[in-house]
Design a protein around this ligand. Structure first.
Ligand SMILES: [Zn+2]
Length: 287
């Protein structure tokens, strides 16, 4: 089973989000069985002046928990929704509870570059709630996705605080942490409750002219923590990020090849695990 563990639902040129039909048709074309659809709680467009300007926003950054649930409910066997939390929200743990219990979402995504550190004390009840509900927290690390975000919050070292302070919590750390790759690998190695999402390493390697980055990160990850906690993902069938470029469903095959299949330090079982088996285990899909 191929599971894309990291997707977003983009806006089309006409300003409308892709529909669940279009999204799943693209998955079919790319032979993807299931996709994790991540919510977005990043920017309050009305509150901070630059964020009110769509040209500065540059990409779709907000996707409400309830809307994610509605989107995924159209294809419950194919789409797995995650909610999202920003610690500025009033009692964010209540938003987690609602996302999981009421809307049936399977995890929580955090975007630190929207203005908070992962070890922000206001997130303590969020982590406690996620551990109690048994759902993973996915934390973006490394590069920022669009111009208005602040990269300093994305350092992997802050994820170490979360993993250490909440040993029962499953934490997924994304994108290889570039430009803090050593920090990323060290946090993954030191914390058995940290899982690693390798999505976007292809784009980072290309954008920053860092030839061999994906191979180096994968090889070191496998040597340090094995293949069992690695998760393949793509950002979705459609991506449009001004800083990094665009892609369509053809990226599914390209990404599998570049991030997983071409490596001879992985055997067939490990490749299958990274491309879907591990995500199924993380999300308890077979229970
Ligand atoms: Zn993403």
């Amino acid at each position: 089973m191929i599971i894309d563990s990291h997707t977003h639902v983009e806006y089309k040129a006409d300003g409308q989000k892709y529909s669940a039909d279009e999204f799943v048709r693209a998955m079919d074309q790319g032979r993807i069985d299931k996709s994790v659809v991540l919510g977005g709680d990043q920017a309050d467009a009305g509150r901070k002046p630059p964020w009110a300007d769509p040209a500065v926003m540059g990409a779709a950054t907000n996707f409400d928990d309830e809307d994610v649930a509605r989107f995924c409910a159209e294809y419950p066997d194919r789409l797995i929704g995650f909610g999202s939390i920003h610690p500025d929200r009033y009692q964010p743990q209540r938003k987690v509870e609602r996302a999981v219990r009421e809307f049936g979402l399977k995890g929580i995504k955090l975007y630190p570059h929207s203005g908070f550190y992962p070890n922000d004390p206001r997130l303590t009840p969020v982590y406690e709630k996620c551990a109690e509900l048994g759902v993973p927290v996915v934390i973006h690390t490394g590069i920022k996705a669009v111009r208005w975000q602040w990269m300093k919050y994305n350092r992997p070292i802050y994820v170490d605080d979360v993993a250490t302070n909440f040993p029962e919590l499953k934490v997924v750390m994304c994108h290889g942490g570039f430009p803090w790759v050593d920090e990323f690998l060290t946090v993954a190695y030191s914390n058995p409750n940290v899982w690693v999402d390798i999505s976007f390493l292809d784009y980072i390697e290309r954008t920053f002219k860092k030839a061999g980055l994906a191979e180096e990160v994968m090889q070191r990850l496998v040597a340090l923590i094995g293949a069992e906690r690695l998760l393949w993902g793509t950002e979705g069938p459609f991506m449009d990020l001004p800083l990094f470029g665009t892609h369509g469903p053809e990226n599914y095959a390209r990404s599998q090849e570049f991030l997983v299949r071409r490596f001879d330090f992985l055997n067939q079982e490990e490749k299958a695990a990274i491309l879907g088996g591990n995500a199924a285990r993380l999300l308890a899909l077979d229970e």
